[in-house]
Design a protein. Structure first.
Length: 251
């Protein structure tokens, strides 16, 4: 391959075992990145490990584990150039049905993990530079009546990203921080949501029709936006949000 877009870079991706995380890992690998891949289900990353990736079990809500993961990355590769905070959950519940436990769990996995991962990224990258890519959602831009905790968590990711971007820029760290906002993509999380419905095929059709392009996205389409932000191609892009939603939020 001529001029791989991630040649010489070390990238850490959380929630890498499936969906958007696996698609990003596959694309990054093809573009020459050295990979650090984490997930609760680390056994699903065995194929990447066999090709030289560092694969680690990680609960992204565990503060101490974040420090360990980044330290192991630096010990193995000597540098860290990109962190993709991708791990997340979606618990359905409106303001009347969602429990406090649902709310707290969602904020911890979707929001606190981005804070922890970004803080560790800054520790490892400052003085060298790098890129933080936080995976938000269209639900961080527009509301959904049945996902109060999810919307709140993804909105938090969006604005935390901008705060981190401004801080790093004003400090002169050379660290960029941006967010990606997918709509419904063909991932395990979305499929689980569909299958939990009383009429899965009706829900599937509704999700496909939500975007003007009349289909759900592919994980690889989201991964391409992540790759752009992680690579040097986005060298003057920070505090921005890239929406990958088939036009859903343009309506």
């Amino acid at each position: 391959m001529s001029n791989p877009r991630m040649a010489g870079k070390v990238a850490l991706i959380t929630g890498a075992a499936g969906g958007i995380g696996r698609a990003a890992a596959t694309l990054f690998e093809a573009e020459g990145a050295k990979l650090v891949l984490t997930d609760l289900d680390v056994s699903s990353l065995a194929d990447f490990a066999a090709r030289g990736a560092l694969t680690l079990a990680q609960d992204v809500t565990d503060e101490a584990r974040w420090r360990e993961v980044v330290d192991e990355t630096l010990a193995r590769f000597g540098q860290l150039d990109a962190v993709v905070n991708n791990a997340g959950i979606a618990l359905i519940g409106n303001i009347e049905t969602a429990t406090l436990a649902d709310w707290r769990r969602t904020q911890a996995v979707n929001g606190e993990s981005v804070f922890l991962g970004s803080r560790e990224a800054v520790r490892a990258m400052k003085g060298r530079g790098g890129s933080i890519v936080n995976i938000s959602s269209v639900a961080g831009l527009i509301g959904d009546a049945q996902s109060v905790a999810y919307c709140a968590s993804k909105g938090a990711v969006r604005l935390a990203t901008k705060s981190i971007a401004l801080y790093c820029a004003r400090k002169g760290y050379g660290i960029r921080c941006n967010s990606v906002h997918p709509s419904f993509a063909k991932t395990q999380m979305v499929e689980q949501f569909i299958q939990s419905a009383k009429n899965p095929e009706r829900v599937r059709a509704g999700l496909s029709a939500a975007a003007p392009m009349a289909r759900m996205g592919e994980p690889e389409e989201v991964a391409k936006a992540i790759l752009y932000l992680a690579s040097d191609e986005s060298s003057f892009t920070t505090g921005a949000e890239i929406v990958v939603d088939g036009g859903l939020t343009a309506q």
